[in-house]
Design a protein around this ligand. Sequence first.
Ligand SMILES: Cc1cc2nc3c(=O)[nH]c(=O)nc-3n(C[C@H](O)[C@H](O)[C@H](O)COP(=O)(O)OP(=O)(O)OC[C@H]3O[C@@H](n4cnc5c(N)ncnc54)[C@H](O)[C@@H]3O)c2cc1C
Length: 410
Amino acid sequence: MNFEFDERAREMRDRVETFFRTEILPLNPAYRRALKADPAEARAIVRTLQDKARNLGLWNLAVPGLDEDAPGVRLTNLQFAPLAEIMGRLHWASEVFNCHAPDVPNMEVLAKYGTPEQKRRWLAPLLNAEIRSCFGMTEPDVASSDANNIATRIERVGDEFVINGRKWFATAAANPDCRLCVLVGVTDPDAPRGRRHSVVLVPMDSPGLEIVRKIPVFHHVDETSPHTELRLENVRIPVSNLLGKQGEGFAVGQARLGPARIHHCMRAIGTCEVLIQLMYERAGARKTFGRAVIENANVRDMIASSRLELEQCRLMIHRAAWTIDTHGDHAARRDIALIKVAVARAYQAIADRALQIFGAMGVTDDTPVAAAFTQARAFRIYDGPDEVHLRGIFGMEKPGAAGESRFYLS
Ligand SMILES: Cc1cc2nc3c(=O)[nH]c(=O)nc-3n(C[C@H](O)[C@H](O)[C@H](O)COP(=O)(O)OP(=O)(O)OC[C@H]3O[C@@H](n4cnc5c(N)ncnc54)[C@H](O)[C@@H]3O)c2cc1C
């Protein structure tokens, strides 16, 4: 294992860092104001920056399996890790480089499983940031952390699939640019477990597909990527919109969830770096009882513990990235489950400490701390709750060689 970033990664990291500091960060106050006043204005800021990033070749950095003729830079997961960290410092920065969720994981599955026509119709505009997309798996009526429960029905009638069901938390579905829902549902109810579900591509303007509402998360509606409830009533799509093979929906879904999870983890490390920096500066700048807050040993412990947890998580992420690059997604499934739990927990702990150190200001919208805290809390649920990943990690534990334990137990 060699975690040294190669020359390509170092060069790209420096270029993304420069672009972030000179072009994106100075616009953050304007972006935040625009988001409150008119989301379309905020989108215009992102579009202008996207054009600049694309012209500099800082575009589509997160999809290793791009076709030869597709626009973008083919980086490995390990090469992308330090770039994703930089993007993670601001919640809207990834989109500037067309490296944001849920579009990137959707691009990955389209690149891997899409037919030439599906790639032409959906992947090409996603790679050019002409459209957005969403992922429709979770349903309000069933415990969706067990994918076997997903109940939305996809029934074949002649040359069409007819879809009926409810979805919620489809992130970005209510974004005005969202044109595609990558949807999981039941095509083969009588097949053995694990072979009943398929993934289909549903155009958002399909008759019968209704956007029910944008769901507030912790009292807040994300206007750029709203978590959205959808109702599908007799939605008809051609059978050619099947992604991958019928009954292999879980395999397609897994190909999507691996990148989704590791990228969220990489970005979270970037957010945590900002939180540590902010809590260090804030605690140094305020005085109580005759000395700076940072002079207190417990506050120093809070900052040092955050550093400890962040560095542990960063190393685990790099190992997961290296394992995917070297041995493939399947070999990395334990590492991905480990980082999903470890990073979400560390992220929540670090955001909680930052919030405490900021006092009342920490719970306002005047700093990124409150948003990070709620994001971190939600991260322990989305992309699979902690418990489900722990279940998977436990399932991969193996007993030692037969009879060997007795030598430890004398
Ligand atoms: C901000 C956000 C964005 C999201 N974006 C998307 C999206 O874009 N597309 C999408 O399809 N979904 C999305 N989701 C949904 C998310 O993936 C699901 O909420 C998650 O998979 C859990 O499903 P559930 O809510 O039905 O919880 P349930 O399955 O009902 O589980 C509830 C709780 O039960 C416990 N539990 C479950 N299984 C076990 C077990 N085996 N052992 C012990 N305890 C267990 C856990 O504590 C779990 O949190 C998003 C969610 C959030 C919060």
